[in-house]
Design a protein around this ligand. Sequence first.
Ligand code: PMP
Length: 309
Amino acid sequence: MTPHFPSRNFYINSLAPTPLVSVQLDAADPPIWCKLEFLNPSGSTKDRIARYILEKAWREGRLRPGDVVIEASSGSTSIAMALASAQLGLRFIAVMPATVSSERLHMIRGFGGETHLISSGGIHEAIRETERLAAELNAFLPRQFANPDNARAHQHGTAREVLDQIPGGAVDAVVSGVGTGGTLVGLMEGCRDGGCPVTPVLARPVHITSTPEVECCSFSSKIPGVMDCISSIFQPESIPNLISLEIRDDEALATTRRLIAAGFPVGPSSGLNFTAALRAAREHLPPEAAIVTVFPDRMERYFSTGLFD
Ligand code: PMP
């Protein structure tokens, strides 16, 4: 028998579709279809994977009230898991690099979650630590970096909504930066399920340091949540027709500020995605292509970061 959800589960039953809007910051730019994922209950697209993974485990009897859930995350997934855990009566422990913004810690703790900070080794060490803690506490591990249900949440949720919302029901390209890769892979597969053989576009942030002698380009960690791939969900070499675009982090942050000034309360990865979508439209895709990207999270998470300098 399917176990009943607890009575305070309004979130599990009522996650509403997010709007899809056409955004054009300059009249000369091609319009980009943007999915306003910052409007999800905890403020990011990660509410989808928290809901999908915890709901599935709940239905299958692998989670009960009072159980412990542990996740490694740069923040957004932990906030979403903390919210869902609060509503389901679960104990949640977030394992995160100590560099995450204080706003994220406040949100997780506000939802009653515990935070376990890793001072070195970044997300890789955080993942190892979740495995160690889970063995000790007999906890449930959502494992966002390895769990295919992460991408399925977007395939069956985000992508389906996009196909219902976009005029004409057809998408030509999907654009996203990658943390776990769940968003990009799920959007791509969901659009293909719906009969749209989309071109996937990877937005890869880079940091340019230039001195009079040398210009150096390296992967940038100034876009929180987006990282060089450590996930088994996203295997770029096995994705046919993947367009990979390097986007300067300063350009991504400048676009983020322009989006905010235009009335979209977004965080840096939205600026990254929008910049990449525009570049793809101008340089790689046919003029009338319907291009979809996501605005993953909200600006309020970044008040203490360089975004508002
Ligand atoms: N933007 C933000 C703010 C994120 O936190 C993340 C994921 N950590 C992403 C984008 C990337 O999403 P995904 O994990 O689905 O690749």
